[in-house]
Design a protein around this ligand. Structure first.
Ligand code: ATP
Length: 642
């Protein structure tokens, strides 16, 4: 494992104790008026000692206080209604930093109407929604110019409204409850295909509503199947026979999909269960015994349950693999093959298989096609592209200066924030040790941070996420465990403190902001060791109409010439790999590419009469605002993320 600068400088992963020394001030900020104001705490409106205390209390000790007193009994995050003394203490700290008083984190809500939780999200005090927005605050105009490509045979046409699809009254009511007024582009195209029972490989940008695109059709499918067939009755068997399986690469994502699916299936009678590692298997098995139609699972825990003969895949009619490219890369592929090919799951053709991701490199598409039968490929935007809703910025930072640069950004962000609030900021680092070290260092310097990574026990991981989501700890330092799928409202800024090696990981990481039509900011710290990424990073930014620094272009040129080829390290998928032989890597607005017709180009491996369509192509490019920090922070970060 590579050691990053943050590991090297602060190898200690020990939990912080009260600092013996005054907070660190980066040298470029020493003697600057604003900074001394910060350290006298005037700009935040509380004293230095309070701020330091906050850094240590928020994450680790508040929970203990809560447990020891009359606060919430489970989960540690607290924050529900009917709080005891522990809450009051925390609430005071919340007020000093970020006030998100109506956090939805109370575990006692778990068995309640999921829309209760939904409503509570609406109560979060995080900036005004645009009054003109429809669809739960989603800005659909942001999606109007995105080209959509669909290839395969007999493609069902897209819809414009949810009502055009026969999802059933109950699901339609839940769509209304979720305040989804209009389908997003991937929903417009993917839902009719899925409802027609077709296999699907779908690629759409981060935060564009893929979860609902696969949940609605399978809930509706389960309801229809239920009327048509009856489940097998194996007397006295404790084995359950779900009819739909949704696979996810991380526990947090499995849990999120489960919560979403519960909302969409509310009062339909469709039973949803979740299975992921790190949590009590006994409890999960007990829940399964109540019956399950749709099982959301991570591969490891699922295999465990199958080995114990508690789950059988024999009755699976719908299989969804979310983040499919991650699930089929080297880490997961053997487990996925075991689940899909070697156990009792029906073969392709006898089940419906749908693969979703924002990135789909060609080699993974090729692998994935083993699981599919006569599938339709849908791409919203170019495969692997990032959304133009995210303003991307790259700073050249020497490894040794990364911490001071981060602090400068956080200071600027806080100074421009509304009421001195620090907007939710997600900082990605390369290693688990690096995450702990950076969390510790930020906390010691008065910035409330919490880390999430794979070495933490599940309870700590969940607590970190809750604390971040509720704004109690507005900085989350994360490894790639948090890079995929997580839908955390109001993340305003994603900082790649350590850039990933793979451009697809970069796309997913920055995709934690700029979701559901809202804008966001992503800043990357680029150093010499990131040279192999330079070319694909510059291309990705250019494609999303971002300002590419001259020095990055020079690095990109160097990375090409030093390796003697184009697209070094670039796994861009581009399009449906079945038709890749005649397509070139293209950018938005290159209309001709999107209008190529598979059949006329002699695509041999597309089964049936191959065809394709394209939609919503506009050469009008989204032009982001100027990329200066001041404008960015004022416009994007300061008031939340709108
Ligand atoms: N039709 C809609 N109208 C309004 N909001 C929507 C709609 N569809 C989805 N959303 C919201 O958009 C947000 C992002 O959706 P989701 O998490 O499914 O994105 P995603 O495409 O799966 O992202 P990622 O690639 O990061 O996994 C969610 O908060 C969801 O509730």
């Amino acid at each position: 494992m590579t050691m990053t600068w943050s590991d090297a400088v602060n190898g200690s992963t020990q939990k912080p104790t009260r600092p013996a020394r005054p907070s660190y001030i980066p040298h470029h900020l020493r003697n600057v008026g604003g900074v001394s104001a910060y350290h006298n705490a005037n700009s935040f409106g509380f004293s230095t000692s309070e701020s330091t205390q906050y850094g240590f209390r928020s994450n680790r000790f508040v929970d203990r206080e809560n447990h020891g007193r009359s606060g919430p009994r489970r989960g540690g995050g607290g924050g529900g209604r009917g709080r005891g003394r522990g809450y009051v203490r925390r609430a005071r700290h919340d007020k000093q930093w970020n006030s998100y008083p109506n956090s939805s984190q109370n575990p006692s809500l778990i068995n309640q109407d999921p829309f209760d939780i939904c409503d509570r999200f609406d109560e979060l005090d995080v900036g005004e929604e645009d009054a003109n927005d429809v669809g739960g605050g989603i800005n659909f105009d942001a999606y109007d110019d995105i080209p959509v490509e669909a290839t395969g045979s007999e493609i069902p046409p897209p819809v414009d409204t949810f009502l055009e699809i026969d999802l059933g009254d109950r699901v339609n009511n839940n769509i209304k409850r979720c305040k989804y007024v209009k389908p997003t582009p991937i929903q417009r195209h993917a839902i009719p295909i899925a409802m027609a029972g077709r296999d699907l490989m779908a690629c759409a940008q981060t935060g564009s509503g893929k979860t609902a695109a696969f949940c609605f059709p399978i809930i509706s499918g389960v309801l229809k199947n239920r009327c048509a067939t009856s489940q097998p009755q194996f007397c006295f068997s404790r084995t359950v026979f779900p009819s739909a399986l949704i696979l996810s690469p991380t526990r947090e994502l499995a849990s999120q999909i489960y919560e979403e699916a519960k909302k969409f299936a509310f009062q339909t009678g469709v039973k949803i269960a979740v299975a992921y590692g790190g949590a009590s298997i006994t409890l999960q098995l007990r829940n399964l015994e109540r019956g399950v139609d749709i099982l959301v699972a991570t591969p490891g825990r699922l295999v465990d349950m199958i080995d114990r003969a508690r789950v059988s895949l024999r009755m699976i009619r719908h299989l969804v693999v979310d983040e499919a490219d991650r699930m089929l890369d080297m880490g997961f592929e053997p487990q996925i093959r075991k689940i899909v090919e070697q156990l009792d799951m029906p073969q392709p053709g006898s089940r419906q298989t749908m693969l979703f991701s924002a990135t789909f490199p060609n080699d993974i598409q090729r692998l994935a096609s083993d699981f599919l039968s006569n599938y339709i490929f849908v791409a919203v935007g170019r495969v692997g592209s990032s959304t133009s809703l995210i303003v991307q910025k790259v700073d050249y930072v020497l490894d040794m200066d990364k911490r001071s640069h981060l602090m400068k950004i956080l200071h600027t962000q806080t100074a421009n924030g509304s009421c001195g609030k620090l907007a939710l900021t997600l900082v990605f680092v390369e290693t688990k040790k690096g995450a702990d070290a950076l969390e510790c260092w930020l906390s010691m310097n008065g910035f409330p941070a919490i880390a999430i990574h794979g070495d933490k026990v599940q309870m700590e991981r969940e607590r970190a996420l809750k604390s971040f989501k509720s704004g109690v700890t507005p900085i989350l330092v994360a490894t790639d465990v948090a890079s995929r799928g997580l839908d955390i409202p109001h993340v305003a800024h994603v900082i790649n403190f350590d850039l990933p090696k793979d451009i697809d990981d970069y796309v997913h990481r920055i995709g934690r902001t700029g979701r559901a039509g809202k804008s966001g900011l992503a800043t990357a710290f680029f150093s010499d060791k990131n040279l192999p990424l330079a070319k694909s990073l510059a291309e990705l930014m250019r494609e999303a109409n971002q300002e590419v620094p001259v020095w990055l272009n020079q690095y990109a040129e160097r990375s090409i010439s030093s390796r003697g080829q184009r697209f070094v390290g670039n796994k861009f998928g581009g399009y449906d790999f079945r038709s890749a032989s005649y397509r070139h890597s293209s950018i938005y607005g290159d209309v001709a590419d999107y209008h190529l017709d598979g059949s006329s180009c002699g695509v041999s491996d597309v089964p049936g009469s191959s065809e394709s369509y394209s939609a919503n192509v506009s050469a009008e490019a989204y032009v982001p605002g100027p990329c200066g920090y001041e404008e960015n922070y004022a416009g994007v970060v300061a008031g939340g993320c709108e």
